[in-house]
Write a protein that binds this ligand. Structure first.
Ligand code: CDP
Length: 781
């Protein structure tokens, strides 16, 4: 069977899952309805920091329809008032002693309907004794600052960690010998993944069997099952986590949230299913925020070459250090901050602080802090080019890691698998018409118009593990694939990862199609049910293709090996005499003597060689030898209005290299989505807090998501540099554009003003900020 018919790698087939999504037939968490189901709503703290004096639930309990009111005290009686986080910290499930951020969960009402439960929240009387709120890590780390986590034994300040990587002495030497040192202080503001669907669960603990079935919006159902077993003390075989269709995750659905735990505890106590569906404000105010990184970076430059990089940062982690983080790396993978550049010496230091804000640091479409790192280096390189008076594109080329340097070991310890950074940059410049645009920019400036051209040549690191070095809460970061080929040649592939809209049902079927020659329509992909899929660490940090994709290719190849033995038996030929042409074994020199994979599948259950185990199925757990390093160059052209500070994206060219593309159309969709989110972060999204810790941005009137009206058009390009260690040469791509693009947008706006000495603008780059910069630079009209 020819490859074009099976639709293997490189085919832009339409997404299988869209058959149900576009018909409104998806099965999301709020679609799950069970007999006798109760509804739960959470009471949240109005204060950012306060002692709880008392909680009186009597009025709420008296409301008809209310079944139970759950308080922190009740949870404490069952040893469930606190839970471990994925970063090895603890987090309050329902507050007992203090509230530590506005929106923190204080109590829950379980009732016949969600409306009654919501009404009853207003009848819970909580007396608070307000405390001063600490809303920046700088305040929190001041000597004498009130200790937010005073319940933790031995915690005498708000410092969570102080972590470093690289070689400090070598870096200091590079700086001492430099011709020029370029510095940048910048802040990557707090933003929120804000998926279309908020979080939620339906917990169903069956009192007769003891089986807990928890339907949950989780990007990592297996890890959640294990942690639930550890927290609640339930036997793990009695816990089944089912993640149905998920309406966007972006990292927001990795952590364990109190709502999941309280609903499960309530179901356990009441013996009935309990549904909790978070509302938009609940999601925006309390669930995993991202970024909130205060960064300082310095580049040492000698003879036009970057010889050293020094960075220090302070992370605002909020009241609980709760995001998923590989345990050895407290600042995630920020130490990839050397980016695409051959920098011989680097030193990175990062401190994390507790503040009176919701937990932060979630890897929002990002491989654990890579976004912040990429932003810093791409801004720094641009500042350096402006300071040195050299073209930002040529400065990048001069400093890129060259193709013959791969595998390349970075100064902070990553081994980059493959790359050709100049090729991607040159393609972007060519598509943009860079040289002509620079001339147009100069001419426009003469006429009083401000045009800016911004570049970002990012390198990402995605696909954690390998398991020896990378773990979440002790669980090694491998992933798995189980493949069952049925007698009629149709197959089911079961994975430990969990799609939230990335199209896994299509692309993973395409990998099997490529390897086994079974048409992709004949392969059903199943994910998200821990009773029925092999163990895996889940989908975030663009790890599905690098890890589960590799597992899929390997198990397919193992089954192909068995299929070859069966085919040799059927054809009465030696295995060595068989040729494989995607989906068909034939005898060398006699192409008509052949058996298809479907013939072989049937024989696996009906006509086997003597002594061979029946069936054509297996499972593979893949521990990657290394991560994959996708890269690309994004180029943005903007025009800035000198009268208002408003700026408009005139062009956006994005050249991505994610190695071999399984489904080019899905890859392009991923990139366009990421470019949109990058634009939103750069231009408009901001969640901020007033001095009392009130969250400003807890609804979509204040937190501005881009609509199609604001979103620029994108022109895409690609280069293909396969990953040498991935079985099909693929690298991850889901988050590349969110990681790489914010710096390109900001560089473009700064570039428009750079001739007047402007070197930095902080995100979100609002017209008000640009207007201020125009005035300071004497460019305002
Ligand atoms: O882990 P996550 O699914 O978020 O990210 P990913 O592995 O980068 O994949 C995002 C989507 O793009 C998946 O459906 C992949 O199979 C697809 N993809 C692809 O077709 N080719 C690649 N080289 C990488 C991803």
């Amino acid at each position: 069977m020819a490859t074009t018919e099976v639709r293997g790698l490189g085919h832009s087939v339409k997404r299988k899952e869209d058959e149900r999504f576009i018909r409104g037939k998806g099965n999301y968490i709020d679609d799950v309805t069970l007999p006798g189901m109760l509804h739960m709503e959470l009471l949240r703290s109005p204060f950012a920091h306060a002692r709880i004096v008392s909680v009186d639930t009597s009025r709420a309990e008296a409301l008809p329809g209310v079944v139970a009111v759950v308080t922190g005290e009740l949870m404490a009686q069952h040893n469930l008032a606190w839970m471990p986080t994925l970063s090895g910290d603890t987090q309050a499930v329902l507050a007992t002693d203090k509230v530590r951020f506005q929106g923190q969960e204080v109590a829950a009402v379980v009732a016949d309907s969600a409306y009654v439960a919501k009404d009853a929240l207003e009848l819970i009387d909580v007396e608070y004794d307000p405390l001063p709120a600490l809303t920046t890590p700088q305040q929190a780390l001041e000597d004498g600052a009130p200790v937010i986590r005073d319940e933790k034994e031995g915690q005498t300040s708000n410092l969570i960690y102080d972590w470093e990587a690289g070689d400090k002495e070598a870096t200091d030497r590079a700086f001492a010998e430099a011709d020029q040192v370029v510095e940048l202080d910048t802040f990557y503001p707090r933003c929120h993944p804000s998926p279309l669907e908020c979080c939620g669960c339906v917990a169903d603990v069956n009192p007769a069997t003891g089986k807990a079935t928890i339907y949950m919006t989780s990007q990592a159902p297996h890890a959640i099952r294990t942690l639930f077993a550890l927290v609640a003390g339930l036997p793990e075989q009695n816990i089944r986590v089912i993640s149905p269709d998920i309406g966007g995750g972006f990292g927001n659905k990795v952590p364990i949230y109190p709502g999941y735990v309280v609903a499960t505890a309530a179901s356990l106590l009441l013996g009935k299913p309990v549904k909790w569906i978070e509302d938009r404000t609940g999601n925006l105010i309390s669930t995993g925020f991202a970024r909130d990184y205060h960064m300082h970076g310095e580049l040492a430059v000698k003879d036009g070459k970057i010889t050293g990089l020094r960075t220090s940062l302070v992370a605002d982690e909020g009241a609980f250090f709760a995001d998923a983080q590989p345990s050895k790396f407290k600042i995630g993978l920020f130490h990839i901050v050397t980016g695409s550049y051959d920098i011989p010496a680097a030193h990175v230091r990062g401190e994390g602080a507790y503040t009176n804000k919701a937990p932060g640091g979630v890897a929002y479409r990002c491989s654990f802090r890579v976004t912040e790192a990429s932003y810093l280096i791409e801004r720094l390189v641009d500042v350096a080019a402006h300071e040195l008076g050299v073209d930002p594109a040529e400065f990048r080329v001069q400093n890129f890691i060259k193709p013959d340097q791969f595998p390349y070991e970075s100064a902070t310890g990553f081994v980059y698998d493959s790359g050709d950074y100049e090729k991607a940059l040159r393609l972007a410049l060519e598509k943009l018409g860079y040289d002509d645009l620079r001339k147009e920019q100069a001419e426009a400036r003469e006429q009083g118009r401000l045009i800016g051209i911004g570049l970002a040549s990012f390198t990402e690191v995605v696909g954690a593990g390998h398991g020896k070095q990378y773990d979440i809460a002790g669980l090694r970061m491998f992933d798995s694939a189980e493949l069952r080929v049925h007698p009629t040649g149709k197959a089911i592939l079961k994975l430990g990862v969990k799609s939230q809209g990335q199209g896994h049902e299509t692309t993973f079927a395409q990998i099997v199609a490529e390897e086994l020659g079974i048409p992709y329509e004949d392969i059903e992909v199943q994910e998200g049910d821990t009773d029925n899929t092999p163990y895996g660490l889940g989908t975030y940090a663009s790890r599905s293709t690098p890890v589960a994709g590799a597992a899929t290719a390997v198990i397919s190849r193992k089954l192909r090996d068995k299929a070859r033995t069966i085919a040799a038996h059927l054809l009465e030929a030696s295995e060595d005499d068989l040729e494989w042409d995607r989906g068909r074994f034939s005898v060398k020199g006699a192409p008509d003597r052949a058996k298809t994979i479907q013939d072989v599948a049937f024989a696996a259950y009906t006509d086997l060689p003597d002594g061979m185990e029946a069936g054509l199925e297996g499972v593979h757990y893949y521990d990657p030898p290394n991560m994959t390093f996708p890269f690309g160059t994004y180029a943005v052209v903007v025009e800035v209005d000198r009268g208002t500070g408003a700026w408009k994206v005139e062009r956006m060219v994005a050249v991505d290299d994610c190695g071999v593309r399984i489904n080019p159309m899905i890859v392009e969709g991923q990139i366009m989505g990421g470019l949109t989110e990058g634009f939103a972060i750069a231009a408009m999204e901001l969640i901020t807090f007033d001095e009392d810790g009130n969250c400003i941005g807890s609804n979509f009137t204040d937190y501005l998501l881009p609509t199609s009206w604001e979103t620029p058009s994108f022109e895409l390009g690609e280069t293909v540099t396969p990953s040498p260690h991935h079985p099909i040469g693929a690298k991850g791509v889901g988050e590349s554009a969110t990681v790489g693009s914010p710096a390109a947008y900001v560089n473009a706006v700064v570039d428009a003003l750079a001739h007047a000495g402007v070197r930095n603008l902080e995100m979100p780059v609002t017209s008000a900020k640009v207007w201020e910069a125009l005035q300071e630079a004497g460019l305002a009209e």
